[in-house]
Every structure is written in structure tokens, then in C-alpha cells.
Write a protein of this length. Structure first.
Length: 264
């Protein structure tokens, strides 16, 4: 697989160790990406990074958590703009009582090959109504770009949304009834956006979408299934900011997601 200079710089920032730079031109590109001065050098031949060998993807048995009988059904016939308008007015669970803003999500439309489902909104997301902003959001954008995806611009290919649309009080984990209520929204987003892969960021999103109460480390490295879609689990960007050594593992997960979308 061949990576351009921008992607090489992004991968280096994520902590993924590329092969050693072998040409003066490559050294200049890395130095420029880091903001350091470099002597001009002739344009090098592209360096090709060997892609991981083809492997049979291990698909976990699909587990679709049932939607509670009391979950809202009024989202079923809505198009994407109408659904976006309906979510802030939703009162299907108690999270609506203390939210400042519901977080619908942002990204590619009307279709998104990658659906990125994150842990619940944090305080900053609740205040702004935007999905995954700040430093964690900027890291996510670099991760997606390194994998050839983006959530903004005319050529956006990813849509980012939280597993529940309102922040649980004091940052606690969402309760089953709250997850059930938001499942109707997420299911309609899937119907409208028609993703080819779901990337679950963080433990709470991963456990809900896989139906497994395992540590995140044990959920990574395999392809799960949710509503007939492949699900790949990885670390939340906020965690990666605290534990940068795991960025290389996150890159492995992104590669798995790429291979999953490339599979027939």
C-alpha cells in the first residue's frame, strides 16, 4: 500500500511506526510535516508500505440487542433532515431532563460508507451539540484521514454519532433503557446512511453494538456483526490522548475496517 506525505505524517502522529526513511526527499517530507526546516531535495520515488497479508476475517456471531417495547417508533419514516430535527425533541428516556443539547452526529450524507459510533457525549459535546469535538475530535479526524476517510467536506465518507444522543449525568454509563430508546434513532440513521462498516469507538459503544460484556481489548481484532453490518472495535480518541502507546493498535483496527469494506 502506498501512502502520500500527508498520510505518512498522520500515521507518525498516531504512533504507527512506518519503515525507516531511506531517501533524502522522504526525510525532508517528514521534517516539513513536523514543522522543522529541511534542505531541498529531489522528489523521491514513492515508498511502498506492504499491506497486511490477506486473512480470513473472523466474524463474531451477530448479536442484536432487542429494542425495548417502549422505545419510540416515530423515527421510522423520517428522512435525515427530519430525523435531525426530531432528536432534540425526543423525550423517550430520562436523559432529556438534564441535557443541554442532543448530539445527532455529523458527517457524510445522504450516504456514509463508514458509520463511526462513539461513547456517549461528554460535557463539551453536550454544551455544543456537536459530536466529538476538541482535541479528541481532531485526533479522530487525523485517524480517519490516515485511513482514507473524512467526516467533513464535499467528499466526506464517514458519519460520526454517539451511541446515545444525550449526555448521561456526571458522565456515568448509559442505562439499558436509555440505550434502548436511542437504538431507534441509530437504527434509522443506519437505514438512511447505508454504511458498509461500523467503527465502534470506546467501551460503551463497543459493548452495545457487539452485545458482549468483555474488556475492550478482547473485543478488538475481530469483526462483529450488528443489524447485518460488520462492526470493528477500537479505542476512543480521548483514551488515545491519555495512552498514546495504543495508537499503533488503533491503526491496526483501522486497517481491519479498511479490509472489511474491501471484502466482497
Amino acid at each position: 500500500m502506498s501512502w502520500d506525505r500527508r498520510q505518512r505524517a498522520m500515521l507518525a502522529e498516531m504512533g504507527y511506526r512506518l519503515p525507516a526513511v531511506r531517501e533524502a526527499g522522504d526525510a525532508a517530507a517528514v521534517a516539513a510535516a513536523a514543522g522543522a526546516p529541511a534542505e531541498p531535495a529531489p522528489e523521491p520515488e514513492p515508498i511502498v508500505v506492504a499491506a497486511p497479508p490477506p486473512a480470513v476475517l473472523r466474524v463474531a456471531a451477530p448479536v442484536a440487542p432487542p429494542v425495548a417495547a417502549g422505545a419510540p417508533s416515530g423515527f421510522a419514516g423520517l428522512d435525515l433532515p427530519a430525523l435531525r430535527e426530531a432528536v432534540p425533541a425526543c423525550r423517550a428516556c430520562g436523559l432529556c431532563e438534564q441535557r443541554r443539547h442532543a448530539v445527532f452526529g455529523v458527517g457524510a450524507a445522504p450516504q456514509a460508507p463508514w458509520l463511526v459510533v462513539t461513547d456517549p457525549p461528554d460535557d463539551a459535546d453536550d454544551a455544543s451539540g456537536e459530536a466529538l469535538g476538541g482535541d479528541a475530535g481532531r485526533l479522530l479526524d487525523r485517524m480517519l484521514l490516515a485511513a482514507g476517510q473524512r467526516r467533513s467536506g464535499a467528499d466526506a465518507t464517514a458519519f460520526v454519532t454517539p451511541i446515545v444522543k444525550c449526555r448521561p449525568p456526571r458522565g456515568r454509563a448509559p442505562q439499558p433503557a436509555e440505550l434502548d430508546a436511542c437504538e431507534a434513532v441509530l437504527a434509522r440513521q443506519v437505514e438512511l446512511l447505508r454504511p458498509r462498516v461500523v467503527l465502534a469507538l470506546g467501551l460503551q459503544a463497543a459493548r452495545r453494538l457487539t452485545g458482549l460484556a468483555e474488556p475492550l481489548g478482547r473485543l478488538r481484532g475481530r469483526v462483529h456483526a450488528w443489524r447485518d453490518l460488520p462492526v470493528v472495535v477500537t479505542y476512543h480518541p480521548a483514551y488515545l490522548l491519555r495512552s498514546p502507546a495504543d495508537k499503533a493498535g488503533a491503526w491496526d483496527d483501522l486497517c481491519l475496517a479498511r479490509r472489511t469494506t474491501a471484502s466482497p
